[in-house]
Design a protein around this ligand. Structure first.
Ligand code: FES
Ligand code: MG
Length: 572
């Protein structure tokens, strides 16, 4: 720690008189009542994201105290700063729309304020990717801390975890299998502690991936939010942030092509969330590394599913932690990983894995030579319906539907879906394919988690549990079913998905990794020519920025202008 550090000894402000700037900054810092001794220390910024609209971050005040404890104990001054916080259940039209806003906020506040390193405190689905994107672009030494998962609740002796069980019970309620009083009781018990969703949804997937990337302290991705170890991890993260000061362990050294491949392997072995592929692509874009869906398929062919967690399997995050968590998964996957990757502690992944061993709960984490599934949880599909790719979570799907041709039943928008899906006169059978258009990143809906189309009520009442569904939307990481997502280009940007009509035949082949609309090129060209011209609404503010610059799912839905100059991080 030298005078080279930024901290409050950094007078680089805009008065043209460096000493005056420093004097002024310190005068204001004095008003915080912090001793001069501490003001002379380097500063660890803490990107702090509690919010009354973010239940998952409810425990952040306590976690913040622990981070600060660690920073102080290691001899630096902790200063937290707020950024946008994104609570998944409270954002309209969808949280994804605001991920880039949070990423920009995080990047700019890291860059603008006088800190020497930064702790990123996130948890709920979009917060960790947003923070990693921002931190990569700012490229100051940074370490991620996650809030950790919720504990499960109980209903009539059965464990409940948000939000896979939410969907299961809602499906039963829709089918008339349980009544209003029961669904109310379930609602009371689904999410009962602070922390992120209790299954391998997007938040947990991103936490695990961040550990695989090397941006998280080892062994900390899955510690439950309410566990005392979570506080110890926070304290240790604070200490680590101090050790990063002046080091060259910047995010661009840690998030590389190799560590991103490790992260994809982990995503596949976890049977993790489909959203993670969008986020990883966006994070990689900030590092200037393309993530190709073709490469995803290559990795998926050679990465088995090892983790038995909902929604793909049957356990919860608290079980995963007790079974050994990410350390155990990484040790199993070791032969498949790039081991020379640098991690946040300064060790390589190899050194990290050499230094740890432990008991593994085999009912939750399978050995590499006896996996739960031979191939990875996610697969990309290509074809004339999705020239730039689509995603299917095969680990959470019904394999009897994997090689199938079906008749399209088309919904042109979310509104159309809501209006007709439960119509008793809807012309639909269990062998049809439900198609939803205009729910992608370029639509006004902003690519919500609407890809998990409900089973039409009349089919649900007949006991139909799964049906092929195809859309340009996303799906919650906690959902399951034979659901083709992220069809790219999306309908709203002129993609062929927008040309599908009810009655068309579509062929799905998971084996062939293809999704084909069985309509002749001539007919498609005619339909394209007949498309009505877009009436572009007048937009302003963030809505305009988003509409003008969001990229497709294949580029991570980041803004096109954010992915350039990934390491142009001259600090002022
Ligand atoms: Fe925050 Fe699920 S709602 S992680
Ligand atoms: Mg989610």
């Amino acid at each position: 720690m030298t005078d080279e550090t930024r901290g409050l000894r950094n007078g680089l402000t805009n008065y043209g008189d460096r000493d005056f700037s420093l004097y002024l900054r310190r005068s204001f810092a004095q008003s915080m009542g912090i001793s001069r001794t501490l003001l002379d220390k380097p500063v660890v910024g803490i990107a702090y994201t509690p919010s009354g609209f973010n239940n998952c971050h409810r425990h952040f005040p306590e976690l913040l105290e622990a981070v600060k404890r660690g920073v102080l104990a290691a001899g630096a001054l902790p200063l937290e700063f707020p950024t946008v916080s994104l609570g998944e259940g409270f954002l309209f039209p969808t949280s994804l729309r605001f991920r880039n806003l949070m990423a920009m906020d995080t990047e700019e506040m890291i860059r603008a304020q006088p800190m020497d390193s930064v702790v990123l405190m996130g948890g709920c689905d979009k917060t960790v990717p947003a923070q990693l994107m921002g931190a990569l672009s700012a490229n100051l030494p940074a370490v991620q801390l996650v809030g950790g998962p919720m504990m499960t609740g109980r209903y009539q002796g059965e464990r409940l975890g948000a939000c896979t069980d939410c969907r299961r019970f809602w499906g039963r309620f829709r089918a008339g299998d349980i009544g209003r009083q029961q669904i109310d009781e379930v609602e009371n018990n689904l999410a009962t502690t602070s922390g992120t969703c209790a299954v391998m949804g997007t938040a947990s997937t991103m936490a695990c991936i961040t550990e695989a990337l090397g941006m998280l302290l080892p062994g900390t991705a899955a510690i439950p939010a309410v566990h005392a170890d979570r506080l110890r991890a926070a304290e240790e993260t604070g200490r680590l942030a101090v050790s990063l000061i002046g080091s060259d362990r910047t995010p661009d050294k840690i998030i590389t092509n190799e560590s991103l491949e490790n992260a994809i392997r982990v995503l596949l072995a976890l049977g993790g969330s489909t959203n993670a592929i969008i986020h990883l692509t966006a994070i990689a874009g900030r590092a200037g590394v393309p993530v190709s869906l073709k490469r995803l398929n290559e990795l998926s062919e050679t990465t088995p599913v090892l983790v038995n967690l909902k929604p793909s399997g049957s356990n919860y995050m608290e079980d995963f932690h007790a079974a050994g968590g990410m350390g155990a998964v990484l040790r199993e996957l070791r032969p498949l990983l790039h081991l020379d990757c640098l991690t946040i502690t300064g060790e390589t992944l190899r050194e990290r894995l050499d230094a740890t061993e432990g008991w593994v709960g085999r009912d939750v984490i399978a050995p590499l030579d006896k996996p739960l599934e031979e191939k990875g949880g996610l697969v990309a599909l290509f074809g004339n319906l999705a020239p730039q790719g689509a995603i299917l979570k095969r680990s959470a799907a019904d394999r009897t539907l994997f090689e199938k041709t079906g008749r399209a039943v088309v919904f042109t928008s979310l509104q159309d879906l809501a209006a007709r899906i439960d119509d008793p006169d809807l012309d639909v059978t269990a062998d049809d394919f439900l198609v939803l258009q205009n729910a992608g990143p370029h639509s006004d809906s902003g690519m919500p988690e609407a890809g998990y189309l409900p089973i039409p009520k009349k089919l649900a009442a007949q006991g139909v549990k799964d049906i092929v569904r195809i859309s340009d939307a996303r799906m919650s990481g906690t959902a399951f079913g034979t659901i083709v997502l992220h069809v790219t280009p999306d309908a709203a940007s002129g993609g062929p998905l927008g040309l599908v009509r009810s009655g068309d035949q579509i062929r799905l082949s998971v084996e062939g990794k293809s999704i084909e609309l069985l309509v002749s090129d001539d007919e498609l060209a005619q339909r394209m020519a007949q498309r009505p011209d877009d009436v572009k609404p007048r937009r302003r503010g963030y809505d305009k920025l988003y509409a003008d610059h969001v990229t497709g799912a294949d580029a991570g839905c980041d803004f096109d202008f954010m992915q350039q100059l990934p390491h142009d991080h001259e600090h002022c």
